[in-house]
Ligand binder design. Sequence first.
Ligand code: NI
Length: 395
Amino acid sequence: MSSSPIETIAAWQEEFTAIRRDIHAHPELGLEEHRTAALVAAKLREWGVEVHEGVGRTGVVGVIRGGRAAEGRNDGPRIGLRADMDALPMQEANGFAHASTHPGRMHACGHDGHTTMLLAAAKYLARTRNFDGTVHLIFQPGEEGAGGALAMLEDGLFARFPCDAVFGIHNRPGLPVGEFGLRPGPMMAGVAFFDIQVTGKGGHGARPEATNDPVVMGAAIVQALQSVVARNVPAIERAVLSVTRFDAGQAYNVIPNEVRLGGTVRAFSNEIMALVENRMRAISEGVAAGLGGSAVLDFRVITTPLVNDAMEAAALGDAAAALVGEGHVHRDFPAVMGGEDFAFMLERCPGAYIVTGNGDSAEVHHPRFDFDDRAIPYGAGVLAAVVERKMPRAG
Ligand code: NI
C-alpha cells in the first residue's frame, strides 16, 4: 500500500492554497462560472486528465482511468466525485489579500474550497492511479438555487459518465479541521418556496362591509397554515413551514384588492413535502372561499431531500476513519433543515455526502466567512481514499 493520500496532498499545500485563494478572489454566480470552469479544465489537462466542458452550461467533467480501465479493457467500476463551484450575491466583509475582487459577489459558502479539494484529489488520482476502474470528477455549477445539479443531469451527466456510486463534500464551520461528519439516510432537508395570491374585493377602510377584505383572508390563512405541521405531519417526521412574506396594501384608509404571501417549506421526504403542499392548497383555497374571496398557491420544489445510501455512507465513513481515526469521524452527524442540490444526483445514483471541519470560522453565508485552507488535504484525501478503497487495484 502507498502512503495516505493526505500526506501526499499535504505536500502540495502551497500550490492548492494559491488555487483556492485565486478562486476566492474571483467569485462567479451560478451558471456564470466561466473563469472558474476554465481554471478547472486547464488544471485537469495539466495533470493529464480527460476533460469535458460545458456539461450543464458551465459544468466540467474530468475522467481518470486506472487499472483495467487505463489498459482499455473495460471501464471497470465507476465512481463520481462532485464539487460545486458557484459563489453568492453578497458583499464580502473580509479585508485579507485574497478577498473578493468582484463587488457584490463572494465565496461565502466555501465552494472555492470544495472545487480546490476535488482538484487536489484529481491531481493525486491522476498521478498515482492506484485504483482499478474509472473516476468521474464532477465540477457542478449553480448550487445556490440556480439549478446546476439538474442542469448537468438534464445534459446527460449519468448517461455520458455513468457512475455506480457518487460522493460529495461540504465544509462545516464549528467542526474542527481534520474531522468529518455524515449519517446514513436523510441528512439535509428538501426545500420548497411558495407564493399564495389572495384575491378579494377592496374598498374604503371606513366601510369594510362593502368589501370582502383580503387582508383578513391572508391573516386567517397564515394562522390556519400553522395546523399543517402540528396536525397533519406525523409527529415522528420533521417538517417546517414558515410564512416569511406578507405584502398587502399601500394606504391607511384603503383595503386592497389582493394580498401576496410567500415563504418556505422544509421536509425530509418527498411524501411529506407533497402532503404539506396538498394541505396548504386546501387550506388556502378553503379559508379564502369561506371569507368570500379566492387564493391560488404556487408551490415550487427547489431541492429534493438529500438522502445518503446506508452502504455508501458506511464506505465513505470507513475511508475517512482510515485517514483520521474513528474518533474524528462523526457517523451520526445531525441532519439539518438546509438544502443542497447534490440531492438530485443522489436520487439517481446511490452515494453519500460528507462534511469536513472548517474549524472556528464564521458561519457559511456570513460576510466574514472564509474556507480554511488547512482542510484541503483532508477533504481531498477522503475523496481519493474512497476511490482507492472501493476500487482496489489487484496485486
Ligand atoms: Ni454550499
